[in-house]
Each structure stands twice: as structure tokens, then as C-alpha cells.
Design a protein around this ligand. Structure first.
Ligand SMILES: [Zn+2]
Length: 95
């Protein structure tokens, strides 16, 4: 029983990874359905800001280039607010 569940989970993760040809619009919709994490600002850990991104990177195609969709970009919100929003969102989708 447990093994079956693990198998199902592994399959759906694989499907998610395979789903790389999402459009930007699809990536934006997908973002509501997956868990988020507080990311790392490209300026380094000392920076006041923190981006929010999918726990698993939410990728979309920008022309022929694959890009990660950030829920909130760097330079927008502070670490404290990012942690607060991520926590609220993850609790919300667990229900
Ligand atoms: Zn920053």
C-alpha cells in the first residue's frame, strides 16, 4: 500500500518535470498549485530582499529559452514578508 503511494508520487513528480513546455500564463496558474519557498537573492544572503519561487522550479518557455517563473522577484519584498507569505501559502494548499 505504502509502496503504491510512493510510486504514484514518483510518477506525478516525473510528469511535472517533463512538463517543461508551459507557457508563461500556464506557469502563473501552476504557481498557485505548488508549494513555495523563500529563494536566494542574486546579491547574496546579506541582501535585505528575498524572492519567492516554487519549491520545485516552475519552468516555462520564453521563446526557445527555458526560464524559471518567480512568484515574487528579487528586490521586491523583505525576508520577513517572504517567509510570512510562503508559510501562509503552503499552509493554504495543504488543506
Ligand atoms: Zn536582494
Amino acid at each position: 500500500m505504502i509502496q503504491t503511494k510512493a510510486l504514484t508520487t514518483a510518477t506525478s513528480v516525473q510528469l511535472n518535470i517533463k512538463h517543461i513546455d508551459m507557457t508563461y500564463q500556464e506557469a502563473k496558474q501552476q504557481a498557485f498549485k505548488v508549494r513555495w519557498k523563500v529563494g536566494k537573492c542574486f546579491s547574496g544572503d546579506e541582501c535585505w530582499c528575498k524572492p519567492i519561487q516554487g519549491e520545485e522550479p516552475i519552468m516555462f518557455m520564453d521563446g526557445d529559452r527555458e526560464q524559471e517563473h518567480y512568484i515574487v522577484d528579487s528586490g521586491t519584498i523583505s525576508k520577513e514578508i517572504a517567509e510570512y507569505i510562503v508559510d501562509l501559502h503552503n499552509k493554504n494548499i495543504e488543506q
